[in-house]
Design a protein around this ligand. Sequence first.
Ligand code: NDP
Length: 297
Amino acid sequence: MSVHTDQSAAAVTVLGLGPMGRALATAFLDAGLRTAVWNRTPGRDGDLVARGAIAAASAEEAVAAAPLTVVCVVNYDASDAVLRQDAVTAALKGRTVVNLSADTPARARDTAGWAERHGVRYLDGAIMTPTPTIGTDDAVFLYSGPGGLYREHQGVLAALGGSHTHLGEDAGRAAAYDIALLDIFWTSMAGYAHALAVARAEGVTGAELAPFAQGIAAILPPLFTEFAADTDAGTYSGELNPITSAASTMAHVVHASEAHGIDASVMRVIEGQARRVIARGHGTDGFTRVAEVITVR
Ligand code: NDP
């Protein structure tokens, strides 16, 4: 089925029907919004169309169907490949794009510059929670770019559920939060995968370890708040856990892992950072002093 290039055909368009794009389109449909959809590879819209979505034959047709287009593709090479086609750019003139694809702050700012040069109204954004949260109270969305534009589309975006936060006018700000938060997530996941391997080598099953792993995770939220204040103030208090003591426990992880033939390179890097802090005379400081020694410029 094809859409008319009539602005009233849909309230919102979703470009990109991977797992996240499909979740976004589903939430818009569930909220009763007329939703146009398009994906580079055809055939991903069947169930969405069955639920009332308008299947656009091209990206150009899709963006022309609604005043607001939400893009959710793998990265900004992909969103550029879609949005920067001449016909699509022309159809977007005067309309709004919210780019919920993930990439770096620099790419977000570059896209905002492109949008401004072409008369496209642009908000950048980031999704901080997995697909099952979309349309529920647990979803978390971040935005940056013109505040007035955000307020204009806030009502439609609210259909995606959860919390929506506008972080400021700098288009790169949502991606900056995204990068920092992904940093926490992936290094934590790497630590957990490694811990499971070490525990298994010691005859401890994942199920046995998991409740205690939850205990470690529960320690983190208050530490995040405390360390953030330390880092902002540059105080790095190590009164209760000096980095000399922390480095010693890191060495235990390295030795125990390598004794089982398990790659300990991540922990070796962390221990090395802690040792650099100590070598610079900050052995009584807390672990987050590391944030200073890893900054090379
Ligand atoms: P992917 O990151 O795998 O993205 C798949 C989508 O990108 C498909 O629609 C695919 O189209 C499209 N795509 C890839 N390359 C191109 C290209 N060159 N031109 C046009 N379209 C292209 O899956 P998700 O849907 O899960 O993720 C989308 C975005 O959402 C990503 O940036 C991801 O980081 C972010 N995100 C995802 C979460 C999740 O839980 N899945 C959580 C939070 C954020 P095609 O089908 O044609 O290949």
